[in-house]
Ligand binder design. Structure first.
Ligand code: R5P
Length: 434
């Protein structure tokens, strides 16, 4: 047969296009990650260099041959999701609590594929929690329209933690919700032991859902002879047997890289911004409590179409004392919204408050993601100088802890519920950030 080359890279007339098979490990679940669209650019991708040209041609060739289809038998991701039901296809709910391997249509195939050929998604999802923040886990489950799984987590009198799942979790897509909140080391051990118990109970996949990741401030060796505890905790979680992590606003985004498993990091800034927008403040300015917090504060400022100011803060030692030096930006006669990722002793916010008073801000609001509030925090923040203190529910908070300042809780449980649903059904978590 005569073979004629066509103009399109990678195709030869008369010969069926070469099928580039996605990599398949023994675990066919990995195939779900193969064959989609992916940008791999050389920094000089726009140039006419040989490398740039080959990169472009290779990409176009691949896209031409494979398109967006990535599952066997050419089933598209969207098609598969539609068959499984991920909320977009209007499949009867709560679909994510059902056996994801089975076609809602009744046969045992997915997207026209038989079980043997198909990408194996996990069976039912199951959600459990330790003792860190049960109310949050229950709120997530309410959003998911499914019950919270039954699990015993308690301490013996020798302070050894014991965990036992009371529901069958074999092959299930297991989500363990546990912020590493106070008492931090106990809650961390509970999480690790839950992961180990789930692994030994043959869970199909284990996702550690950690609304607040403690030890985030220990993310670098910036003094002699100190640990990088955030990395150590990441190692613990991984070694215990977690397959992935879902969390919210790590103290530093780079902590994601301390894990060698996928980490989905949700962000609360859009929720804070939406709330502050609803207050219709006439002259808002968003204030970052230090340079490290400028990125998160800028996100809120942009969403509010407000200006950004930054406190030049320094810590004098490891004794939790913060000193605000100067205010960078215009705050006088403005409605200042202080944004801090976490508040512990309240020292950082208190010194920002002091600066704002000195610079004659006309009103002051405080928004934080993780309200850890310990030690003198209540005294420092419970002041009529703060018009409102806004925080999320990533960690538990005692009711009535503040008496003077008005408080508002923004629940991020539905957001976590949406993310869990997407992880379970193979949807995009990134789309939630828009
Ligand atoms: C620091 O880098 C963080 O963003 C917070 O500002 C800090 O953790 C708050 O701690 P505290 O309330 O004890 O000043």
């Amino acid at each position: 047969m005569a073979v004629k080359r066509s103009g399109r890279p990678g195709s030869v007339e008369g010969v069926p296009p070469r099928i580039v098979r996605p990599y398949r490990s023994a675990d066919t679940r990995c195939a779900a990650r193969q064959g989609g669209r992916c940008e791999v650019r050389a920094s000089n991708a726009g140039s006419s260099s040989r490398e740039g040209r080959e990169g472009r041609e290779g990409r176009e060739g691949r896209e031409g041959r494979e398109g967006r289809a990535c599952y066997h038998r050419g089933t598209s991701v969207d098609g598969l999701r539609g068959r499984l039901g991920d909320g977009r296809a209007g499949v009867r709910g709560p679909h994510w609590a059902t056996n994801a391997r089975r076609d809602p249509g009744g046969d045992d195939s997915v997207g026209g594929m038989t079980d043997a050929e198909s990408v194996t998604l996990y069976r039912e999802m199951a959600v459990f929690t330790g003792n860190a923040h049960r109310a949050f886990a229950e709120a997530v489950c309410r959003h998911l329209e499914m019950p919270l799984g039954r699990c015993e987590v308690f301490e013996f009198s020798n302070e050894n933690t014991f965990v036992r799942f009371l529901d069958n979790i074999r092959d299930r897509d297991v989500f363990l919700i546990q912020p590493i909140a106070s008492p931090v080391n106990t809650r961390l051990m509970e999480l690790l032991i839950m992961i180990d118990a789930a692994k030994r109970a043959s869970a199909g996949r284990i996702t550690a859902v950690i609304p607040y990741f403690a030890y985030g401030r220990s993310d670098k060796k910036d003094q002699p002879r100190i640990p990088i505890t955030a990395r150590l905790v990441a190692n613990f979680i991984e070694v215990a047997g977690a397959d992935r992590v879902l969390t919210m606003d790590l103290h530093a985004g780079q902590i994601q890289g301390f894990f060698n498993i996928p980490v989905d990091e949700l962000h609360a800034q859009p929720h804070l911004a939406e709330y502050f927008r609803s207050l219709n403040l006439p002259r808002p300015v968003v204030v970052a409590t230090d340079v490290g917090g400028a990125k998160g504060a800028r996100d809120v400022a942009e969403r509010l179409n407000a200006e950004l100011a930054i406190v030049d803060k320094r810590r004098t030692s490891n004794n939790e004392q913060a000193e605000a030096l100067t205010m960078i930006g215009e705050v006088s006669d403005r409605d200042a919204i202080i944004i801090d990722d976490e508040i512990l002793t309240g020292g950082t916010v208190a010194s920002a408050l002091e600066l704002l008073r000195r610079h004659k801000a006309r009103s002051i609001y405080v928004g934080t993601i993780h309200p850890l509030f310990a030690g003198p925090a209540f005294e420092r923040l419970d002041t009529p100088d703060v018009s409102e203190l806004v925080y999320t529910d990533t960690v538990p908070m005692a009711e009535g802890a503040f008496t003077s300042v008005s408080t508002h809780v923004l629940s991020v449980a539905p957001y976590f519920g949406d993310a869990i649903h997407r992880i379970h059904t193979g949807g995009s978590v990134g789309e939630l950030f828009r």
